[in-house]
Every structure is written in structure tokens, then in C-alpha cells.
Ligand binder design. Structure first.
Ligand SMILES: [Zn+2]
Length: 200
């Protein structure tokens, strides 16, 4: 693990890659969950990824746990969208009752794993749990989002593993608001070799 300070470049502008949206890709099965406004960033999450997140969320039903969402940022027919197709748990995050924080050790570990396992992907957002508290963003959560996920295409996911609820949030004007998403079933048609399950 790197021992040097971890720095971020929130002002760096990332341009979306052009790629056919899953809704326009033949053979991809998707479902819209919740309300999606016409000018929303579209969020697509794979069933396996969401299952991984929910399983990880249930590893601690008392303290909050979290991690980052990994995928890509794209543009298709004027619609900006992100695909969430992996997650990296913040193994060295600060997990407490009612609070979750990324630590320097957590960021170093996350970036090491991102470089090693997903070199072509980006951090498109983060997730954390609210055991039995419901799904919302607290003031501390908004602070994290503003400071570490400030790109307009970076999203937040909150999971309540006891109430079995989840919600996505995205930037809207200068606030971070709840939003709908698209649930994608199965492997994308462009990937022919599903990786074996690496469940902890
Ligand atoms: Zn929270």
C-alpha cells in the first residue's frame, strides 16, 4: 500500500466517452426504478454489482460501512449516463454507529485496487449504509460528496440493510438530490466472459 499522502483533483474535467446506452442496446434487459427526470444523469447498475453491495451492506447491521462505485461516464444521444459495474469496499474506512468516513488508508487501498483490478474504469460515486435509519444524505454525507465526489457525474448510493431500502442521489444545481436509476440484468452483450463470483 502506498504511504504517500493521497490527493484528489476534483477540479479535473472528465469528458464522457461516446457509447451506446444500455436502453438502446439490443438484448440488454433493464428496468427503470423510481422517477427519472428528463435532464437527469442516467444511472445504470448491474444486478451482480447491486447484489455485491447489498451483501456487503449486510456484513454489519450495527455500524455503517461503505465503499466506492466503479464504472464509466458516457454520452449517448445527448444523454449523459454512468454505468456502475463494480464496487470496492472501503476496508479501512471508519465505520461507526450513525457515521461512515473514508480515511487516508481507505483511499490508498481503494486506489491501489482500482489500478490493479479496474485500470480502465473510474470512480463514479460512493455508497454507504444506514442500518435501520432509512435512506437519506446527512450533513456529513453531503460534506463527503462535495469534497470527494464533486464531478457532476458522480453519484451516491445509500442502503438501509435492515429496512431493505436503497436510494441513489445525484448533483442537481448545487445540491445532491434523490433520483431514480436503471437496473440492468445479466452481463452486457459486449462482455462474453463473466468473471467468477468473488464473494467474501
Ligand atoms: Zn450517511
Amino acid at each position: 500500500m502506498s504511504s504517500s499522502p493521497v490527493t484528489f483533483s476534483p477540479t479535473q474535467t472528465v469528458q464522457p466517452k461516446r457509447k451506446v446506452s444500455p436502453v438502446d442496446t439490443p438484448g440488454v434487459k433493464w428496468e427503470q426504478k423510481g422517477h427519472i427526470r428528463p435532464d437527469d444523469l442516467h444511472i445504470f447498475i448491474r444486478d451482480k454489482t447491486l447484489r455485491d453491495i447489498i451483501n456487503y451492506s449486510k456484513t454489519d447491521l450495527w455500524r455503517e460501512v461503505g465503499g466506492v462505485l466503479v464504472g464509466g461516464y458516457y454520452l449517448w444521444c445527448g444523454v449523459h449516463y454512468v454505468e456502475v459495474d463494480a464496487m470496492i469496499p472501503a476496508r479501512y474506512g471508519e465505520s461507526r454507529v450513525g457515521a461512515f468516513k473514508f480515511t487516508h488508508a481507505a483511499w490508498a487501498d481503494i486506489h491501489d485496487r482500482l489500478d490493479a483490478e479496474f485500470p480502465e474504469k473510474q470512480i463514479v460515486g460512493w455508497y454507504h449504509t444506514h442500518p435501520n435509519l432509512g435512506v437519506f444524505l446527512s450533513e456529513d454525507d453531503r460534506f463527503i460528496h462535495q469534497h470527494f465526489f464533486s464531478q457532476p457525474w458522480q453519484v451516491a448510493l445509500v442502503v438501509d440493510p435492515i429496512a431493505n431500502q436503497l436510494a441513489f442521489f445525484q448533483w442537481r444545481n448545487l445540491d445532491v438530490e434523490p433520483c431514480g436509476f436503471f437496473f440492468v440484468r445479466g452481463e452486457p452483450t459486449t462482455e462474453t466472459t463473466p468473471k467468477p463470483e468473488g464473494q467474501v
